[in-house]
Design a protein around this ligand. Structure first.
Ligand SMILES: CC(C)(COP(=O)(O)OP(=O)(O)OC[C@H]1O[C@@H](n2cnc3c(N)ncnc32)[C@H](O)[C@@H]1OP(=O)(O)O)[C@@H](O)C(=O)NCCC(=O)NCCS
Length: 168
Protein backbone atom coordinates (compact mmCIF):
# COMPACT_ATOMS: atom_id res chain seq x y z
CA UNK A 1 0.00 0.00 0.00
CA UNK A 2 1.14 3.56 -0.67
CA UNK A 3 1.06 6.28 1.97
CA UNK A 4 1.11 10.02 1.44
CA UNK A 5 2.85 10.67 4.74
CA UNK A 6 6.44 10.16 5.93
CA UNK A 7 7.98 9.65 9.35
CA UNK A 8 8.71 12.95 11.10
CA UNK A 9 12.42 13.73 10.65
CA UNK A 10 14.92 16.55 11.12
CA UNK A 11 14.20 17.95 7.63
CA UNK A 12 10.67 18.89 8.64
CA UNK A 13 10.06 22.43 9.91
CA UNK A 14 8.07 21.40 12.94
CA UNK A 15 8.41 24.74 14.76
CA UNK A 16 6.53 26.53 12.00
CA UNK A 17 3.48 24.28 12.34
CA UNK A 18 0.36 25.84 13.85
CA UNK A 19 -3.05 24.12 14.07
CA UNK A 20 -4.36 26.65 16.62
CA UNK A 21 -4.64 23.99 19.34
CA UNK A 22 -1.79 24.65 21.76
CA UNK A 23 -1.64 21.08 23.01
CA UNK A 24 -1.18 19.66 19.53
CA UNK A 25 1.29 22.37 18.45
CA UNK A 26 3.42 21.93 21.58
CA UNK A 27 3.36 18.19 21.13
CA UNK A 28 5.07 18.56 17.76
CA UNK A 29 7.56 21.21 19.01
CA UNK A 30 8.54 19.56 22.28
CA UNK A 31 7.48 15.96 22.63
CA UNK A 32 7.10 14.15 19.30
CA UNK A 33 10.82 13.40 18.85
CA UNK A 34 11.15 12.19 22.44
CA UNK A 35 8.14 9.90 22.04
CA UNK A 36 9.61 8.50 18.82
CA UNK A 37 12.99 7.83 20.52
CA UNK A 38 11.25 6.17 23.46
CA UNK A 39 9.09 4.08 21.12
CA UNK A 40 5.93 5.50 22.68
CA UNK A 41 4.47 6.62 19.40
CA UNK A 42 5.20 7.03 15.71
CA UNK A 43 4.60 10.42 14.09
CA UNK A 44 3.71 10.78 10.43
CA UNK A 45 3.67 14.07 8.53
CA UNK A 46 2.40 15.38 5.24
CA UNK A 47 4.92 18.03 4.23
CA UNK A 48 5.62 20.23 1.24
CA UNK A 49 8.41 18.56 -0.79
CA UNK A 50 10.23 21.83 -1.45
CA UNK A 51 9.78 23.87 1.71
CA UNK A 52 9.44 20.93 4.16
CA UNK A 53 6.67 22.85 5.89
CA UNK A 54 4.31 20.45 7.66
CA UNK A 55 0.72 20.57 6.39
CA UNK A 56 -0.52 18.02 8.90
CA UNK A 57 0.55 15.23 11.20
CA UNK A 58 -0.78 12.27 13.14
CA UNK A 59 0.54 9.81 15.70
CA UNK A 60 -0.03 6.09 16.14
CA UNK A 61 0.62 3.79 19.11
CA UNK A 62 -0.35 0.35 20.25
CA UNK A 63 -3.05 0.49 22.89
CA UNK A 64 -5.83 -1.49 24.50
CA UNK A 65 -9.22 -0.82 25.99
CA UNK A 66 -11.09 -2.70 28.73
CA UNK A 67 -13.67 -4.97 27.08
CA UNK A 68 -16.38 -3.59 29.41
CA UNK A 69 -16.19 -0.34 27.43
CA UNK A 70 -17.16 -2.07 24.18
CA UNK A 71 -20.83 -1.69 23.26
CA UNK A 72 -22.87 -4.93 23.67
CA UNK A 73 -23.64 -5.40 19.97
CA UNK A 74 -19.91 -5.33 19.12
CA UNK A 75 -18.89 -7.32 22.21
CA UNK A 76 -21.02 -10.26 21.06
CA UNK A 77 -18.35 -11.01 18.43
CA UNK A 78 -15.62 -11.30 21.09
CA UNK A 79 -14.67 -14.27 23.26
CA UNK A 80 -15.45 -13.73 26.97
CA UNK A 81 -11.86 -14.52 27.93
CA UNK A 82 -10.63 -11.13 26.70
CA UNK A 83 -10.79 -8.56 29.51
CA UNK A 84 -8.71 -6.15 27.50
CA UNK A 85 -9.02 -5.66 23.75
CA UNK A 86 -5.99 -4.85 21.56
CA UNK A 87 -6.41 -1.63 19.60
CA UNK A 88 -4.40 1.01 17.74
CA UNK A 89 -4.46 4.56 19.06
CA UNK A 90 -4.62 7.44 16.59
CA UNK A 91 -3.52 9.74 19.38
CA UNK A 92 -3.30 13.03 17.52
CA UNK A 93 -4.33 14.39 14.15
CA UNK A 94 -3.82 18.04 13.25
CA UNK A 95 -3.74 20.22 10.16
CA UNK A 96 -1.84 23.51 9.88
CA UNK A 97 -4.14 26.55 9.91
CA UNK A 98 -3.04 27.55 6.39
CA UNK A 99 -4.23 24.22 4.99
CA UNK A 100 -7.46 23.60 6.92
CA UNK A 101 -10.70 23.15 5.03
CA UNK A 102 -9.03 21.69 1.91
CA UNK A 103 -9.74 18.03 2.54
CA UNK A 104 -6.30 17.32 4.04
CA UNK A 105 -7.76 16.23 7.41
CA UNK A 106 -9.83 13.62 5.61
CA UNK A 107 -6.87 12.49 3.49
CA UNK A 108 -4.63 12.16 6.55
CA UNK A 109 -7.32 10.25 8.43
CA UNK A 110 -7.59 7.78 5.52
CA UNK A 111 -3.78 7.50 5.41
CA UNK A 112 -3.72 6.78 9.16
CA UNK A 113 -6.50 4.18 8.88
CA UNK A 114 -4.63 2.52 6.02
CA UNK A 115 -1.51 2.23 8.19
CA UNK A 116 -3.59 0.86 11.08
CA UNK A 117 -5.15 -1.73 8.80
CA UNK A 118 -1.75 -2.77 7.41
CA UNK A 119 -0.38 -3.13 10.97
CA UNK A 120 -3.39 -5.25 11.97
CA UNK A 121 -2.31 -7.89 9.45
CA UNK A 122 0.82 -8.59 11.51
CA UNK A 123 -0.20 -7.49 15.03
CA UNK A 124 -3.80 -8.05 16.10
CA UNK A 125 -5.84 -4.89 16.54
CA UNK A 126 -9.60 -4.97 16.93
CA UNK A 127 -10.26 -1.26 16.38
CA UNK A 128 -8.77 2.19 15.95
CA UNK A 129 -9.27 4.45 18.96
CA UNK A 130 -9.23 8.25 18.96
CA UNK A 131 -9.31 10.63 21.89
CA UNK A 132 -10.93 13.82 20.54
CA UNK A 133 -9.77 17.06 22.14
CA UNK A 134 -13.15 18.76 22.01
CA UNK A 135 -16.70 18.67 20.56
CA UNK A 136 -15.49 19.82 17.13
CA UNK A 137 -13.01 16.96 16.90
CA UNK A 138 -15.76 14.56 18.02
CA UNK A 139 -17.99 15.80 15.20
CA UNK A 140 -15.12 15.35 12.73
CA UNK A 141 -14.50 11.73 13.77
CA UNK A 142 -18.23 10.90 14.00
CA UNK A 143 -18.53 11.94 10.35
CA UNK A 144 -16.27 9.01 9.46
CA UNK A 145 -18.14 6.44 11.52
CA UNK A 146 -16.25 6.60 14.83
CA UNK A 147 -18.50 5.48 17.70
CA UNK A 148 -18.35 6.97 21.21
CA UNK A 149 -17.19 4.59 23.91
CA UNK A 150 -19.44 4.81 26.98
CA UNK A 151 -18.00 6.51 30.09
CA UNK A 152 -14.99 7.74 28.18
CA UNK A 153 -14.22 10.62 25.84
CA UNK A 154 -12.76 8.11 23.42
CA UNK A 155 -14.23 6.91 20.13
CA UNK A 156 -13.57 3.78 18.09
CA UNK A 157 -13.89 2.35 14.61
CA UNK A 158 -13.79 -1.47 14.25
CA UNK A 159 -10.91 -2.79 12.12
CA UNK A 160 -13.49 -4.89 10.22
CA UNK A 161 -15.12 -1.66 9.04
CA UNK A 162 -11.72 -0.25 8.05
CA UNK A 163 -10.91 -3.47 6.18
CA UNK A 164 -13.98 -2.92 4.00
CA UNK A 165 -12.56 0.47 2.97
CA UNK A 166 -9.33 -0.99 1.64
CA UNK A 167 -10.29 -4.46 0.44
CA UNK A 168 -12.93 -4.76 -2.19
C1 LIG B 1 -10.27 18.63 12.67
C2 LIG B 1 -9.21 18.84 11.56
C3 LIG B 1 -8.20 17.70 11.64
C4 LIG B 1 -9.94 18.80 10.21
O1 LIG B 1 -8.98 18.99 9.18
P1 LIG B 1 -9.36 19.75 7.80
O2 LIG B 1 -8.26 19.52 6.83
O3 LIG B 1 -9.69 21.15 8.09
O4 LIG B 1 -10.67 18.96 7.40
P2 LIG B 1 -11.15 18.59 5.90
O5 LIG B 1 -11.02 19.79 5.03
O6 LIG B 1 -10.45 17.36 5.46
O7 LIG B 1 -12.66 18.27 6.14
C5 LIG B 1 -13.17 16.97 6.10
C6 LIG B 1 -14.59 17.02 6.58
O8 LIG B 1 -14.62 17.26 8.00
C7 LIG B 1 -15.40 18.41 8.27
N1 LIG B 1 -14.69 19.17 9.31
C8 LIG B 1 -13.55 19.84 9.16
N2 LIG B 1 -13.19 20.41 10.32
C9 LIG B 1 -14.12 20.07 11.22
C10 LIG B 1 -14.30 20.36 12.57
N3 LIG B 1 -13.45 21.12 13.25
N4 LIG B 1 -15.41 19.88 13.17
C11 LIG B 1 -16.29 19.12 12.49
N5 LIG B 1 -16.15 18.81 11.20
C12 LIG B 1 -15.11 19.28 10.57
C13 LIG B 1 -15.46 19.20 6.98
O9 LIG B 1 -16.63 19.96 6.90
C14 LIG B 1 -15.40 18.13 5.93
O10 LIG B 1 -16.69 17.62 5.67
P3 LIG B 1 -17.24 17.53 4.14
O11 LIG B 1 -16.29 16.56 3.46
O12 LIG B 1 -18.62 16.99 4.31
O13 LIG B 1 -17.15 18.89 3.62
C15 LIG B 1 -8.51 20.24 11.67
O14 LIG B 1 -9.47 21.24 11.71
C16 LIG B 1 -7.58 20.40 12.87
O15 LIG B 1 -6.39 20.17 12.77
N6 LIG B 1 -8.14 20.84 14.01
C17 LIG B 1 -7.35 21.07 15.21
C18 LIG B 1 -6.85 19.81 15.84
C19 LIG B 1 -7.94 18.80 16.17
O16 LIG B 1 -8.97 19.13 16.71
N7 LIG B 1 -7.65 17.51 15.82
C20 LIG B 1 -8.59 16.43 15.94
C21 LIG B 1 -8.54 15.59 17.12
S1 LIG B 1 -7.19 15.48 18.21
Amino acid sequence: MDFITANLSSVHKKNEFCCEKELLDNYLYKQANQDIKRKLSACFVLADNNSNLIKGYYTLSNSSIPSILIPEEVKKQLPNSYTSIPTTLLGRLAIDKNFKGNGIGKILLVDALKRCYEISKTIGSFAVIVDPLDKEAQTFYAKYGFIKLPDSGKMFLPMKTIQQLFEK
